[in-house]
Design a protein around this ligand. Sequence first.
Ligand code: BMA
Length: 319
Amino acid sequence: MNELLRQKKAHDLFKRYEGNPIITAENWPYPASAVFNPAAARLNTETLLLLRVEDMRGFSHLTAARSADGLTNWEIESKPTLEADESSREERWGLEDPRIVWLEEQRQFAITYTSFSESGPVISLAITKNFKTFARLGVLLPPEDKDACLFPRRFRGRFALIHRPIVRGEAHIWLSFSPDLKHWGDHRALIKTRHAYWDCHRVGLACQPIETPLGWIIFYHGVRITTAGAIYRVGLVLLDLEEPWKVLRRSSEWVLGPSAVYERIGDVSDVVFPTGATVQKETDQLNLYYGAADCAVAVATARLSDLLNYIMTCPETNE
Ligand code: BMA
């Protein structure tokens, strides 16, 4: 496909909801500095968001909000849903940026989130059926690590985790495997930063992996650091369905970047940071939930079939 035509297609994939931002600290039932970077899941007939709430110390915890249509009338819990154990070295300075996936085999949700440990950010795992009681399974890998999510099922008998360690100052997305959700190994780099591109300085997983007949759709955030600060945008990758260590396609361009006022101005300007998605197969609609400028929660929608048509026009590799 013609390069410019594909770029136009990428630009037109997502529509921002006209009621954005959908949740801000002003709507919050208790004092909060900012609410952003929400995980998302469909629970029976409602959408659940698990939001990162930053308090007035600058530490974060996670709180659930529910809505029937996933857009309006959010019912927000009146107190934190999942808080850090500040007496533990692994959770000294709060919990951030959750992702949720339904683990089919266990009939439970797995939540991966960043815990701010004394030695830097680490990925922790909690399991829940109802978002009221949680089994906390602890830290998965040593620091510095962020932006993690499990796949909903095993591959050749092993669970798979996407995450973003910092190694030698480089921030690439990695894939690791485990037989029991506790012991992790067989680590490999999956999606790397690309020299000179919009995602040249850092990449990290966005929302949970989305299973489609053509492969796993992976949204990721890419960072370019400019003289005016960092710009966080969103790209797309397609991974092989049964061998998710194989990258089939990767978008050259971003599919969502900061342009609305609430994305351009906030605590951290020029940030769109998706951490959750819901898919309604019957209507072919994907809702992408994201933190806007580290201040508020916004949502953009796309047709799943458009995303797949577009990704199939993207190059097989372009590092
Ligand atoms: C990342 C994370 C996110 C944040 C983003 C933009 O490193 O800390 O929580 O939204 O930076 O500031």
